[in-house]
Ligand binder design. Structure first.
Ligand code: TPP
Ligand code: MG
Length: 375
């Protein structure tokens, strides 16, 4: 009889930028000014959008909205590291990633205004719709990565999840598959420390969420998620690993949700203000700005200019959102089935009849034709 160690694991954490924006030269990815400035601009723009979207909701001009305030680095940077052919598989807190992939902000507003025409991605990118049911998209990302592997098209899949979603069975199934089949997929946990009112400590007894990778034979790494350079480096290396046949990676990016869970929540009822203040000192936007200034790539004049232009761009997006014509009610039946079940065919016909016989013919006549596909 003997007792010996047959396997051992360790968890590493990647940090490049200090809170003052100084980079550790031994891990600095030394990115070109072009990509650094693109990262920073996109993060500033999406933060400005986030604030305006929140206000629109409070004014009754948007249905609901999940802010990404404080999570700009984990939203924007991984999406910029992807190639268009890669699959982006986001959660509902994903408008920063969509925006970085080229989606116009008017569509984010449309979506959160309750209109499914907001699901409108650029032609050239492979983006999936937001997953509202927590965790449900994780196995789909494994499936997409498997398809890419079989087709040898060189694409990888990047799936986002929250610290709360990391407790769901879906992640177990997805990682089991991703590990066993060496799939080109990255699971990026945006550990923002809260799942609505449930704190990270209640999610799992383990010290890190990154170590969950170990049980599945998948690479795992903890990353300072408020450090844009660390996020870039971690995601780029995970993509290289995926594309070169090395398989899947689980990244735990530690960040913080500075806002409420959504506009339907009031976070002041369950978390201390001091915790929020402490995280504001690790602001991902300010840290990247300090780094750029240190490299002589940025200054206050350019910053003021960027912020002013961001306000103009967003005002134009809000105008376009509010000027969208109302959707045709028949579109609610579209895009769901390759072959529609009889009940839907009947219901659609009934609605069409009601619309045709409507007393308010003028309004019905002004509706745009249905856009979606109904078999
Ligand atoms: C299957 C499922 N259960 C419950 C919910 C309600 N719900 C929405 S968000 C959320 C918390 C998710 O927290 P986390 O995964 O940490 O993501 P975060 O919102 O912090 O980005 C819950 C329980 C849901 N949308 N889907
Ligand atoms: Mg969370």
């Amino acid at each position: 009889m003997s007792l010996r160690t047959v396997a051992e694991s360790r968890v590493q954490r990647l940090e490049v930028l200090g809170e003052n924006g100084k980079a550790d030269p031994s891990v600095d990815p030394k990115l070109s000014p072009e990509i650094l400035l693109k990262m920073y601009r996109t993060m500033v723009e999406i933060r400005a959008f986030d604030e305006i979207a929140f206000k629109l909701q409070r004014q009754g001009r948007l249905g609901t909205y999940p802010q990404i305030l404080g999570q700009e680095a984990t939203q924007v940077v991984p999406a910029l590291a992807l190639e268009p052919k890669d699959w982006l598989v986001p959660t509902y807190r994903g408008q920063g990633a969509y925006f970085a992939r080229g989606m116009k902000l008017r569509y984010s507003l449309l979506y959160w205004g309750g209109d499914d025409r907001g699901v409108h991605f650029p032609e050239e990118t492979n983006d999936l719709i937001f997953a509202i049911p927590v965790g449900s998209h994780l196995t789909q990302a494994a499936g997409l990565a498997w398809a890419s592997k079989l087709k040898k098209d060189g694409a990888a899949a990047l799936a986002y999840l929250g610290d709360g979603a990391s407790s769901k069975g879906d992640l177990h199934e997805a990682l089991t598959f991703a590990g066993a089949f060496k799939l080109p997929v990255i699971y990026l946990i945006e550990n923002n420390h809260w799942a609505i009112s449930v704190p990270r400590e209640r999610q799992a007894a383990c010290e890190t969420l990154a170590q969950k990778a170990w049980g599945y034979g998948v690479c795992g790494l903890q990353v300072d998620g408020n450090d844009a350079l660390a996020v870039w480096r971690a995601v780029s290396e995970a993509l290289d690993c995926a594309r070169s046949g090395g398989g899947a990676t689980l990244l735990e990016c530690e960040t913080y949700r500075l806002g409420h869970h959504t506009t339907a929540d009031d976070a002041t009822r369950y978390r201390p203000a001091a915790e929020v203040e402490a995280w504001k000192r690790k602001d991902p936007v300010l840290r990247l700005k300090a780094y750029l200034e240190g490299r002589g790539l940025w200054d206050e004049r350019r910053d003021a200019d960027l912020r002013a232009r961001a306000q103009e761009m967003i005002a134009e997006e809000v105008r376009a959102y509010e000027a969208f014509p109302p959707p045709n009610p028949l579109d609610m039946f579209a895009n769901n089935y390759a072959r529609a079940p009889w009940a839907l065919i009947e219901q659609r016909a009934e609605l069409e009849k009601i619309l045709r016989e409507s007393r308010d013919l003028e309004e019905v006549a002004s509706l745009p034709p249905p856009e979606g596909r109904f078999p």
